[in-house]
Ligand binder design. Sequence first.
Ligand code: UD1
Length: 442
Amino acid sequence: MSDVLPPVLEIVGRIPLQGEVRISGAKNSALVILTGTLLCGEDCHIRNVPRLMDVESMMEILTFFGLKIQRQGDTLDVDARHITQSSAPYELVSKLRASFFAIGPLLARLGVARVPLPGGCAIGARPVDLHVRGLREMGAHVHIEHGVVHAVVPGSSRRLKGAKIYLDFPSVGATETLMMAATLAEGDTTIENAAQEPEVVDLANFCRAMGAKIRGAGTNTIQIVGVPRLHAVDWSIVPDRIEAGTFLVAGAITQSEISIFPVVPDHLTAVVAKLEEMGHRIVQDGLNRLRIVPTDCPQAVDIETLPFPGFPTDMQAQFLALMTLAEGNSVVTETVFENRMRHVAELKRMGANIRLRGNNALISGVPLLSGAPVMSSDLRASAALVLAGLAAEGKTLVQGLHHLDRGYDRLDRKLQGLGAQIRRLETPEELAHIPQLALKEI
Ligand code: UD1
């Protein structure tokens, strides 16, 4: 066992921020577009790929399948001519739920795929029944044995068949898996009650740029006309709306004027509406730049997470942190995942006044938080703790940074660029006096 201590983020709070921050490509787009390269028998040139642990893990899995990937800065060159493996190993899939989404393109391209069930994660059980049901409706024989999903397309053509699929819930991943599978299927597919998230639209546009025939992405009905093959593509990932929203909250919680660029303002409508309801002003400076002009008397507002265009579950933790310092009472309700409130206990250690009732957090704003050692439980929870630390009096020490590094592209460096006093403690000397926290299992 290694005795190297994990790094810790030290934040000195209540320092005003200022300036502009560059938003990276969207994590959730990049991950699924990477699985989408499996559909292509030629070269894929993908730009604006964020530097994230999750992207590294996805590259590892695709390399295992036989793809050749080269990174140059923020660009990935993927040669998807030869797929040498149709089975994914559990060690790789369990690191990254999104790698399960490869089952759709693998099956469409090879007619066979074996991918382990990704299992639950910190925020919920997260089954894949909707993915599996949709693939069956497209003619695949699917059975689950020893924790692995075995899927095979019968018949000599080995091509999936177009189908009319209704999703019980507008699952992002299921919509993406089935849309990718349908691009190479025989005949027409309709996905009803489809997810409308911008990352679904980015994936659809990426597939269209390879020659796929897809209509309706971004609405709740997506129609796909299968084609025999797809061709080479040059694609740039859309900006990350969740990273953008996190920086808007950084401005709000530190009462600092911050500009974010590039962004697609339409992807942030629900987040902007809630910030404005609190009393902040969000100014659009040009096509793809937003600036927060914060109020010094932010009012509490209620939030309920919903599929897009509703308020994103991936912004819930950051807003919950923001509400701890707002004037009045608010209710934050999580409806998408069943266990996504573990940051509440850590925020309470910083002096927040929150009561949890199932998936409702009842928050009474306090005038000030106080810095404390805190532990991240998942990706967005870690961002919420960093945000709380920026506003808290004194020092906050955020542990469990592997969560943050999974999905934020150099968040600490970007915050330093805005003037935040934030640094990574990494050496044994720096970590010697830091209490090592453990997150209690529940
Ligand atoms: C994606 C995002 C994640 C985001 C989530 C919701 C990626 C890589 N991740 O995750 O950041 O928080 O969308 O916006 O894009 N469900 C089922 N059966 C299924 C599939 C899903 O019951 O077959 C349930 C899940 O357990 C969850 C809800 O549906 O409660 C939403 O999940 P889903 O939209 O599928 O999220 P992901 O695609 O996993």
